[in-house]
Every structure is written in structure tokens, then in C-alpha cells.
Design a protein around this ligand. Structure first.
Ligand SMILES: [Zn+2]
Length: 430
């Protein structure tokens, strides 16, 4: 059509204007998502660290608008970014965190006993990263397979002697493994369930791959901790779903899996570890499952009020952090960051904190050193930079590793330096 707009066009009512948002649908139950949990504005992908050349080029920002489903209460972020864009080169090498490697070692020792694993067993880890966890099965001679979509970290695992397939896991991938005669006695999914865009396909894949008496363990940040601890910075584009035990339990049950036990862990600010089997394969769940489901129900997890107040608290936290940083700057103090985690990028972008408020940050991961944080363009240096520049405040971005980092950098007290943690709200130590 060409020419002037027709009379009909001019009279189109306002409600039908293209400004009206089309609502996403729940990735589990398919309902329209009409309720906002928190809207963190626009952010670049939190793992897209920039080289010096890229700093002068345009960057893509995507919405970080989290919603809660009024039907099943799954808190979720629309898959604004296609998964292959996020996970093909992942900067997070798990092996660079001392406490994370120790967490993995302790897990392997426990699960080898609990699942009675031996040379006849098969352990499959979904999103196996650089093999930081599976490596602990090597000396036990327990056969293993890692599945990891990010090629660079997968190659690091292969180099350690850990068989790793570079692919996304789901029904198709599970079918291929079954056709090759593989069935998993143990499926490990640590911090992957939250990062799966097609949740139903992923869980159906686990159901397919699991041997009749096999065990699944899943770890993910607990939504109850996220809300109680004001951990809004753990929201980023790679995290599509935010689970309570109630929602995770419902999703697994829908696919014929039964949660038989649950543990609360301190990792990532408060996580859950679920143990699941084929429905009916176990004589019944442990008391821990029923107890936590009851506690969540008491908190109001099955009502929208529970989710409603979060956004206002997040805005208040932003104002307090900015007030601290502005006061520090105005009184001539120097602030440096510690760490370049994904959560730091959510926080800094949401609050609009750039080199006007933080001079630089440091990270132990050499992959990040010499690069810049996405969006905020804060430079990332080697940890030595702290000792040579002697900042007055060290803002710890991976607050979940707070104790480990404060111990490693206790030397800042020699020049009167103080540690600062931004979450749940600004707190100065020392
Ligand atoms: Zn839903």
C-alpha cells in the first residue's frame, strides 16, 4: 500500500497501537505472563567481556524484565537472547574458584557412596563446564561423560581426559545416547536447570537418559534465598528460570520424575540440591521434601503477594549503593572492585556505575584480565593491581565468595583499606 493513510488507519484506537506490549508465555505451563517480578532495565550479556578494540564499538543491550507466572508461579525471564549466542564461548571457567572446586570434590565423595557408583556405572554431567567436577571421578575409575555447549570450556575438559560432547542437552541428545546403549546411573545438573530456555525439553531428556534405578541431582539457586537476601544481581540473561522447591517439584513430576530428597546449600547465596528418581522407583520422599514444601507454602509461595514487594526493595538498594559510592568519591576516596562475575555486571549496569565511581576491578581468571566489563567498560586487571594502587575501598562483587575474598585480600588493612559488600545492602567491613 502506498499513498496517504486512510481514514480507517487514522481512527485506529490507541489500544491497538504497536506500543502495546505482547506478553510472553510461561516456559512451563504456557500461560501469558502478566505479572512483573522485577524490571532491571536494559543490560548487555553479562559474560560478554570486551577487548580494548570492542570498547569503541556499539553494544547490544537486552531487557532484564523478570515475570512470575500467575498459574504455576515459575519466576522467569523471557529468552531475549538465543541460547547459542550465549553459550558458544563461555568465560566462566569454574576451576578458577577455590571454594567451588572444593564443593565439587566433597559432592563427588558423597554421591559416589550414596549412589553406590563403580566401574560399571555411568555418570553424565549436563553443562560440565571445564570438568571441574567430573575430574574428581577420574581417580575413582567411574565412567563419565560431560555434555557442554560452550566449545572453549569443553576443550579444557577434554584436555584433562574427561570425555565431553559439545552440544545442548535435551530430548534429541538423550535419544542419541540411548541409541548408543548409554543410560545414566547418575545425572548431574549443577546450575544448569536455571539456564535452560526449553525447560520441558531438558527435563524430558533427563527422564529418557536415566537408568531405571538411576539418580538425578540438581543444584540451583533457591528463589526463597534470592528474595530473602535481595539477590537481584543473580538475575541475568543466562538465567531463564528461578525456582522454589514447589515449582521444581511440579515440573519434575509433570515429566514422571519424583523428588526424593532435598538439601539446602550455602552456595550462590543459598541453593537447593534435589535428588530425583523415576516416579515410583523410590519408596517415598524423605521428610526433608515435605518439610521444605510446607515452609514455602507458609511463606506464601503460591500467592502473588509474595513476589510483589521485591521490585521496590531492589530500587531502594540501588539508591543506597549509589549514595555510598558518591559520598566516597566526593570525600576523595578511591574505590576498586574485586571480581568480574556475571552478577557484578547486572548490579553495575542496573545502578549505572562506571569508572566515574569505581576505578577498576580485578579477577583471578586470566581470560578476563585486560578486558572490560560489558556495558560499564570498567577495566579488569590482575589481582596484583590492588597492592600497587592501594584503594580505600574494595567492593566485593561476588559477595557469595565474600569470606574467601576477604581472607585473600586481608592485606588491604595495612593501608587502612576496607571491604565493602553491596548485597543484600551496602555494608562496610573493617
Ligand atoms: Zn506457568
Amino acid at each position: 500500500m502506498t499513498g496517504a493513510p486512510t481514514r480507517d488507519h487514522l481512527e485506529t484506537p490507541l489500544a491497538a497501537s504497536p506500543l502495546q506490549e505482547s506478553l510472553p508465555i510461561c516456559r512451563f505451563c504456557g500461560r501469558e505472563l502478566t505479572h512483573t517480578f522485577v524490571d532491571l532495565g536494559m543490560s548487555p550479556l553479562c559474560e560478554s567481556y570486551l577487548t580494548a578494540d570492542q570498547v569503541n564499538q556499539p553494544e547490544i543491550f537486552y531487557p532484564l524484565h523478570v515475570r512470575v507466572c500467575g498459574g504455576c508461579f515459575l519466576v522467569q525471564l523471557e529468552a531475549y537472547v538465543p541460547a547459542d549466542k550465549i553459550f558458544t564461548e563461555y568465560a566462566y571457567f569454574s576451576s578458577y574458584s577455590t571454594s567451588w572446586v572444593e564443593h565439587a570434590r566433597a559432592y563427588v565423595e558423597m554421591i559416589s557412596r550414596r549412589a553406590a557408583l563403580g566401574p560399571q556405572s555411568l555418570v553424565v554431567e549436563l553443562a560440565s563446564n571445564d570438568g571441574y567436577l567430573l575430574q574428581h571421578f577420574l581417580p575413582r575409575r567411574i565412567p563419565m561423560l560431560g555434555i557442554e555447549p560452550a566449545a572453549n570450556v569443553a576443550r579444557a575438559a577434554t584436555a584433562k581426559g574427561i570425555p565431553t560432547r559439545i552440544e545442548f542437552f535435551g530430548v534429541e541428545s538423550a535419544r542419541r545416547l540411548r541409541a548408543e546403549g548409554s543410560a545414566a546411573d547418575l545425572i548431574i545438573g549443577n546450575n544448569v536447570l536455571a539456564q535452560v530456555p526449553d525447560l520441558n525439553d531438558f527435563v524430558a531428556g533427563m527422564k529418557l537418559l536415566l537408568a531405571p534405578h538411576g539418580l538425578i541431582t540438581l543444584e540451583f539457586p533457591h528463589l526463597v534465598s534470592l528474595i530473602a537476601g535481595n539477590q537481584f544481581d543473580t538475575i541475568y540473561h543466562e538465567h531463564f528460570s528461578y525456582f522454589s522447591l514447589t515449582t521444581a517439584n511440579r515440573i519434575l513430576a509433570h515429566h514422571g520424575l519424583q523428588v526424593v530428597d532435598v538439601e539446602e546449600l550455602s552456595t550462590h547465596g543459598g541453593s537447593l540440591r534435589l535428588y530425583a528418581r523415576h516416579a515410583g522407583a523410590d519408596s517415598g520422599g524423605s521428610g526433608a521434601v515435605a518439610a521444605l514444601l510446607a515452609r514455602e507454602a507458609e511463606l506464601g509461595i503460591l500467592g502473588l503477594d509474595y513476589y510483589g514487594a521485591f521490585g521496590a526493595r531492589v530500587q531502594e538498594t540501588k539508591r543506597k549503593l549509589l549514595a555510598f559510592l558518591i559520598t566516597a568519591r566526593e570525600s576523595g576516596r578511591r574505590v576498586a572492585g574485586y571480581g568480574a562475575p556475571g552478577k557484578g555486571n547486572t548490579l553495575l549496569n542496573y545502578c549505572g556505575i562506571r569508572t566515574d565511581l569505581i576505578d577498576f576491578t580485578v579477577d583471578r581468571n586470566p581470560y578476563k584480565q585486560g578486558k572490560y566489563l560489558p556495558g560499564t567498560h570498567i577495566p579488569i586487571f590482575d589481582v596484583d593491581r590492588i597492592a600497587t594502587t592501594r584503594p580505600d575501598y574494595l567492593l566485593i562483587l561476588p559477595w557469595n565468595l565474600r569470606d574467601e575474598i576477604m581472607a585473600q585480600t586481608s592485606y588491604i588493612r595495612a593501608w587502612g583499606g576496607k571491604h565493602v559488600v553491596p548485597i543484600p545492602e551496602v555494608e562496610v567491613f573493617g
